[in-house]
Design a binder for this molecule. Structure first.
Ligand SMILES: [Fe+2]
Length: 156
């Protein structure tokens, strides 16, 4: 098996099982998209399917993070959400460009997805993770939310 396009790294771990699991899934989906992209040519339909899966999963995942942030009145909520929105807007723009012009190289899109995801996790999500862990440590996290974020099966 060839080297993975994107690889999970423990340094990306927020220490929040639910979100870590979703990030791992996101990496898996990006790898699928990359594979579909590599097949290219006559197999563009698999790229379209993988792309749809990516867009859906990104929406679901951002929804989870935003739900948690609202629930804890996260001070950086607006900023974090704006990053999500800018990303979704860019991906949809690239998706449209691809749909309108089959010659458009999807490789650029997959690389954008990978680079954005890695830097967003490393900078923005890890900040949220630290905030959540601190709430947990000080007993400031409501029980039901603690159970929710500790339950990685919620993702599947
Ligand atoms: Fe995020």
């Amino acid at each position: 098996m060839a080297e993975k396009f994107m690889e999970w790294d423990d340094r990306l771990s927020m220490g929040i099982p639910l979100i870590d699991k979703q990030h791992q899934r996101l990496i898996e989906i990006t790898n699928n998209l990359y594979e579909a992209c590599r097949q290219g040519g006559s197999l563009y339909t698999s790229f379209v399917t993988a792309l749809r899966e990516t867009v859906d999963y990104v929406g679901f995942h951002f929804g989870t993070e935003e739900k948690i942030m609202r629930r804890i009145n996260y001070p950086d909520y607006a900023l974090h959400k704006r990053e999500h929105e800018a990303f979704v807007k860019e991906v949809l723009k690239q998706k449209l460009a691809y749909e309108n012009d089959k010659a458009y190289a999807p490789h650029a899109m997959v690389r954008y997805l990978r680079d954005w995801t890695l830097s967003h996790i490393a900078l923005t999500d890890l900040k949220l993770g630290a905030y959540l862990l601190n709430m947990k440590k000080t007993g400031a996290l409501e029980n039901v939310l603690e159970k929710f974020i500790d339950d990685k099966s919620q993702t599947l």
